[in-house]
Design a protein around this ligand. Sequence first.
Ligand code: NAD
Length: 492
Amino acid sequence: MKARLELLPIDVAGEWRPGNGEEYESLYPATGEPVARLRAASPGDVDEAINRADRTFRNSGWAQMLPHARAAVLHRVAALIRERSEDLAQRQRLDNGKPISETRALVASAAGTFQYFAAALETLEEAITPSRGAWVTMSVHEPMGVVAAITPWNSPIASEAQKLAPARAAGNAVVVKPAEVTPLMALELASICEEAGVPRGMVSVLPGKGSVIGDVITRHPLVRRVSFTGGTATGKHIARIAADKMMPVSLELGGKSPTMVLEDADLDHALAGVLYGIFSSSGESCIAGSRLFVARRIYDEFVTRLARAAGSLRVGDPSSERTQMGPLITAGHRESIERYVALGVSEGGRIRSGGVRPSGAGFDRGYFYTPTILEGLANTARVSREEIFGPVLVAMPFDTEDDLIAQANDSVYALAAGVWSRDFKRAWALGRAVQAGTVWINTYKQFSVSTPFGGWRDSGLGREKGREGIFQYMQQKSLYWGINEEPLAWAR
Ligand code: NAD
């Protein structure tokens, strides 16, 4: 019999101990085996963590530290992530089943994010605004207090770093609520922050069910901002609570992103970009290019090549360097994807590739699914409109660019888009006409921490990354500094 896993402590504002909530196991999606056993936070733990975080924020001196000194701590966080990168990448693989090549890239991006926001903090400038009287006027930014980061399961270390780094740089205490099924990376990051010199209590990691723990965090009166990444329905729920508290929120939500292949595109590049855009991360990516529009004249040739290439993708063991697609996150999520594929077929769609679970050795216990291409459906079909969040692409031909843009923009989502064309003027025009927070031209799903990211419409509110990203976690204050020689005239 296998030894039972040790109970993993959670971080209740610097106190590392099991939570008082339900006990559960986090499973490796490739085998269904437990990789961690923990007790979730209880609502009481949340209240305790937030109260202590608020006290630490006020008393620890972190918020008052000079920017270069605070930045030095963030640089240490980046260095520690790099020192432990292989261990972190292996743990993230176990936590959410992504292939090791991807989790290594996510760990590197997390280190880069801390480094970037350390630099942003150290070089941040406040404004002296043009004076219109006998005062010097200034606009400055102050930390908010306790802020919350609520994250999904698809890219834990990167999405958590994306919130923790700017929030900490801004001087706040941060309460992180990772997805229930992927608690490990946030706990690792919190422990690294402590080791790097962030005062104990300034970071908490409170795993548990979103509808319980996430809700208590969002409603807590001492939580001054929520930065949320996850589904649109959850985001809207959080926004309603935030409205009652007059609390600012940033919401990074779902997508149904169009990729457009024009007839003059470099088809080898387009093929690689479309495959990577939808099937990397098993399609569990908010920016997955899940709607494909191809110029009718090249549609058959392109989709035939695409289907062949999708059928040859290496699906399997996430620990292998060669694996391109690992399992899906849970058995339940795979069932939801299977229901969507069946729905697509019932709506009149044809499966050009995949549409089944892979069989054979290595696939019997994990939550694997094959890269799937559906065609013969309109942009109005449910599988073309709803976010599937899995390896399912809907391919459609288009006739004119006006028709293309009308269809691409006909979605409640507007997170990302891709344009493939050799004609820079057409690509530019389409890139400007498509409604999306990020547009990739002749590439797809590339990221830079120095470039703002976020969605329009149901894909979200606010922007992460970029120098401005730090201001999401600060409040603006205007200062008037009187330099009158005489008392104010009115009182004379
Ligand atoms: P989800 O909305 O179910 O959960 C996200 C997080 O919110 C989890 O930590 C969850 O526990 C928590 N949560 C759930 N209910 C809550 C509530 N009532 N109050 C507070 N918190 C609550 O999403 P998911 O299934 O974990 O992730 C998939 C979704 O995330 C997809 O829609 C995807 O597009 C989106 N996503 C968006 C981005 C982006 O940057 N735009 C990035 C990654 C994922």
